[in-house]
Design a protein around this ligand. Structure first.
Ligand code: RIB
Length: 310
């Protein structure tokens, strides 16, 4: 039986308001959309849920708002069996929310209003230090203050804990502060924004990964949607192809990748196999609408893996 990994996520929790529409309004125009979905999201929370559904013990360190959504988000973590001891409500501040627009191809456009996520401080990391020290892996994203991200990376390094950073949404960063991470995992647009190299195909992704490695980052995985992932380190690069899926909504697929990858790696699987499985887990998540609600649990995933692994 595989080892049950202990994964801590220091990150965001949002509520997603997703509109499915075959067109987008011009300035001043009102149009009808086809469908609406309200659900729990936020890159941190999504990655925590994916890891939990894949079978890890998961601890969330986050801030939610003083509104209807705050207590519901905490309850969502608890109902899924995620330890929410260190998810705190901030008085007088709204929860993080994300209006999301999905087109008929399943592609999304997201606006995040960070709300309480922006109040997650290094002091919250200190308050959760005991739980964090018990983790095999700490997972981070960029929907909380960068100061807290860098502080947590240092904390992970000082305590010898594996650390995975998903630099999403992309923003200007201090490369030195992220250089010694175990895994730096952007998607194409984040990789492009950070490296300055447009990523339109696998060759571009290779050039981009090479630049990130040359800047001092130790290990990079660029997720490429329907093209799978590119895994890059000092020993070279490897393209890990995606699986065929019929995608209706790609929202949260990157988060599904990160949470499942952290779990598969924590179970002791070889890195390449962990990436391959995470490619499938992310792909499957695009077959359903919504974010967390489209993630597979481990039993369903294992059936698909057995059927498709070849
Ligand atoms: O990665 C998808 C997530 O991005 C959504 O759940 C939304 O909340 C934004 O954080």
């Amino acid at each position: 039986m595989a080892k049950r990994p202990r994964i801590a996520v220091v990150g965001s929790a949002n509520v997603d308001l997703t509109t499915f529409s075959d067109q987008f309004p011009k300035p001043g125009e009102t149009i009808f959309g086809q469908r609406f979905d309200l659900g729990f999201g936020g890159k941190g929370a999504n990655q925590a849920v994916a890891a939990r559904l894949c079978g890890a013990d998961v601890f969330m360190v986050a801030r939610v708002g003083d509104d209807l959504f705050g207590p519901c988000s905490i309850r969502n973590f608890e109902q899924l069996g995620i330890d929410a001891t260190h998810v705190r409500q901030v008085p007088g501040v709204s929860s993080g929310v994300a209006p999301i627009f999905v087109d008929p191809s399943g592609q999304n456009r997201i606006i995040v209003v960070k709300g309480a996520n922006d109040q997650l401080q290094p002091a919250d990391v200190d308050a959760a230090a005991d739980i964090l020290k018990s983790a095999d892996c700490i997972v981070l994203q960029f929907e909380i203050p960068l100061e807290t991200v860098y502080y947590t990376i240092k904390f992970a390094q000082q305590n010898g804990i594996r650390c995975i950073l998903n630099p999403a949404p992309a923003q200007a960063l201090d490369i030195d502060a992220v250089a010694d991470l175990d895994y730096f995992v952007p998607n194409e647009s984040e990789a492009e924004a950070i490296s300055g190299i447009p990523v339109r195909n696998l060759d571009d992704a290779g050039r981009c990964a090479a630049k990130l490695l040359a800047s001092g980052i130790r290990r990079v995985i660029i997720t490429l949607g329907a093209n799978g992932s590119l895994l890059a380190g000092s020993e070279g690069m490897e393209h890990v192809p995606a699986f065929d899926v019929k995608s209706v909504d790609s929202t949260g697929a990157g988060d599904a990748f990160i949470g499942s990858f952290a779990t598969f790696l924590g179970e002791g699987l070889p890195e390449q196999e962990a990436v391959r499985r995470a490619n499938l887990y992310a792909g499957l998540s695009t077959m359903g609408m919504g974010t967390q609600k489209s993630f597979y649990d481990r039993a369903r995933f294992d059936l698909e893996w057995a059927r498709r692994k070849g």
